[in-house]
Design a protein around this ligand. Structure first.
Ligand code: ADP
Ligand code: MG
Length: 598
């Protein structure tokens, strides 16, 4: 932008940084100083009037106008007029006056009439931090077609916006914007947002730009990779061949087979070294075991708090928990983070930095089991490359059902019979300790009931320091696991057939989906029961009928509207004023296509 310091301050005050963003501040009203012949009531209007009489009382001024344009007498009323106002009205003079006209049974009045001169103009009025005239001047100076085009907006969009700020014949109906206008605002809103996102991305040289074939390895697997696994692997292949270090997020539902994508990436990277970080010891172990199983020729190391501090130089693939961050790491060309949302940004970046070589960076892949709405994925591509895995290798057969107190007996029978089959049950409670405000039992209140009726009941929760051991023991010997939502991520419990979520309506659909994803991981018939005291919940009912995590994410979006992408965490309420990520996929697509071709 080409502006002075003073003007820059004003932009800052408005919270904006571009001309395009200035156009998004839509007028609150227009001052329409055109002379009309049709008298309307409850409308600010201009009159061409002769003052016929002026009557002063201690508190007010009453003027009788003859309005030539309407051919009607109108009484002007000023309450507590300032001296300069009084001088505007002289008997016998003809001038233009502007004010709110109201008519009742043929009697018309204009409150606070104001003498005006720039007749014929339509002027927008803005409600901002700035004074009206200051804001107006900014708009007039900077919202030009040239400026908007220079920021990369399309001509048709720019023109639509100009109409709002510089109405030609007719002012835009601000109460009910035409869809063309509304779409232009949505477009610009997203356009400026994605621009900002893309400025956040930094490009670095990669340490290596080589890639081995993965197909021979894939042929030896006991199963065929799914179409979407292959797509993700092909995306990564292109990344690895580039001399710009990759920054990609691979998003796939729980059970979509992301581990194979991780292993394929390691294969392609050979003979260069890869490092993989996982959020828990159990997961790191699990990944290690799978790696050992499917990569028999690769030298693989496992690094956790418990592992010995041997030198890692001799290994091609180093798998570990955040314990990796406190180890001397050998140089690596590829860094991967599984279940990335379990780590803070700082931790993720730290790992990457540990293996930098000067200004060169390793390729960096993050894996996430939190499906995001398609629209959000498209937006994210402005600052990070995204691959989606929307299908699972085998169909999950999970029956989901909303249940109430009256269904408890039936639930109990179901639990008994599942345990008889050798299957496991997960009971998720909203809280650990008793609470006055919550109408559901806590873990402390409920555990006795289960422990008295069942054997092999295990209990854990988020603050439980031993939760990893409890989970591990449960996986081997348990029948029932009582927990809070801590089990949300990661571990594979192949015998888990049933999850019961108590107070389900309190949780977001994505969380519920994560919990449901714990069962039926390897094709076992699964059940998900949502226990609620609410007699009706459309949201929960819709959830029971939706299986794909990506559809859930879209559903969640519809109920919650969009979250906060820049900060990376979701909040209710949208950061966007105009665009609706649940509805406006076409607009998201066109912004992406126009500005971020990929
Ligand atoms: P995610 O990490 O995405 O949650 P996993 O990688 O743990 O999922 O995969 C879930 C299960 O599916 C694992 O048991 C894995 O061996 C299996 N699996 C992965 N890919 C395939 C495939 N293409 N065909 C059949 N099974 C697969
Ligand atoms: Mg996984």
């Amino acid at each position: 932008m080409d502006i002075t310091k003073e003007q820059e301050e004003k932009f800052k005050k408005l919270g904006i940084g571009s001309y395009s963003e200035l156009t998004l501040i839509v007028p609150s009203a227009y001052e329409d100083l055109r002379l009309h012949n049709k008298l309307q009531t409850h409308v600010m209007q201009l009159i061409d009037a002769t003052v016929e009489s002026v009557y002063k009382s201690p508190n007010s001024l009453q003027i009788t106008f003859y309005a030539h344009n309407f051919g009607h007498t109108i009484t002007g009323v000023l309450f507590r007029p300032k001296p300069y106002m009084i001088h505007q009205f002289n008997v016998g003079e003809r001038d233009y006056y502007y004010g709110m006209i109201e008519c009742k049974s043929g009697f018309c009045s204009m409150s606070m009439p104001k003498k005006v001169t720039n007749v014929g103009k339509i002027t927008p009025r803005y409600k901002t931090q700035l004074r009206t005239d200051v804001m107006l001047r900014l708009v007039q100076m900077f919202i030009t077609k040239e400026n908007l085009l220079s920021e990369g907006l399309k001509e048709e969009v720019a023109e639509e916006l100009l109409k709002i700020h510089f109405p030609a014949q007719e002012p835009v109906n601000l109460k009910k914007l035409e869809s063309k206008t509304l779409n232009a605002l949505k477009y610009v809103e997203l356009f400026t947002y994605m621009k900002q996102l893309s400025h956040k991305r930094r490009y670095f040289k990669s340490i290596t730009s080589t890639c081995q074939d993965y197909k021979k390895w894939a042929e030896r697997l006991p199963f065929k990779l799914t179409y979407e696994q292959i797509n993700a692997i092909e995306d990564i292949k292109k990344d690895l061949l580039s001399n710009i270090s990759a920054k990609r997020m691979i998003v796939g539902d729980v059970g979509s087979g992301k581990t194979m994508v991780i292993l394929a990436s390691c294969v392609m990277m050979l003979p260069q070294r890869s490092i993989l970080m996982a959020p828990t010891t159990i997961l790191a172990n699990q990944l290690y075991n799978e790696a050992v199983k499917y990569l028999p020729d690769v030298k693989i190391a496992l690094v956790t708090n418990k592992s010995k501090k041997i030198s890692l130089d001799a290994y091609d693939f180093i798998i570990g928990t955040h314990a990796l961050l406190y180890r001397e790491l050998p140089q690596a060309s590829l860094v991967m983070v599984d279940e990335q949302h379990r780590f803070g940004t700082a931790q993720r970046n730290m790992l990457e930095k540990l293996v930098n070589i000067g200004d060169k960076k390793p390729h960096f892949l993050q894996f996430s089991a939190t499906p995001i709405p398609r629209t959000q994925a498209m937006i994210e591509t402005a600052h990070i490359d995204v691959s989606l895995i929307t299908s699972t290798p085998f169909k999950k057969d999970i029956t989901s059902k909303v249940i109430h107190k009256k269904d408890f007996k039936e639930l109990l029978e179901h639990i008994k019979s599942e345990i008889d089959y050798g299957n496991q049950i997960l009971l998720v409670y909203p809280l650990v300790e008793q609470s006055e405000v919550l109408e559901y039992q806590s873990i402390d209140e409920a555990r006795g009931y289960w422990e008295n009726r069942f054997e092999n009941v295990y209990v854990t929760h988020g603050k439980d320091r031993d939760k990893e051991e409890v989970l591990l023991e449960f996986s081997k010997k348990g029948d029932i696991l009582i927990a809070t939502t801590v089990v949300e991520v990661g571990i594979s419990l192949p015998r888990l057939s049933t999850v019961v979520v108590v107070g389900a309506e309190r949780l977001g659909l994505s969380t519920l989906h994560q919990l449901r994803g714990r069962v039926s991981r390897t094709g076992l018939k699964g059940y998900c029961f949502l226990y609620t005291n609410k007699s009706e919940s459309e949201r929960l009912e819709r959830f029971t009928k939706t299986i794909s995590g990506f559809d859930i994410a879209n559903l969640d979006l519809k109920y919650r509207k969009s979250g906060d992408l820049l900060k990376g965490h979701n909040q209710s309420g949208s950061q966007f004023k105009w665009i609706d990520l649940a509805e406006d996929e076409d607009i998201v697509k066109s912004v992406k296509k126009d500005c971020f071709l990929s």
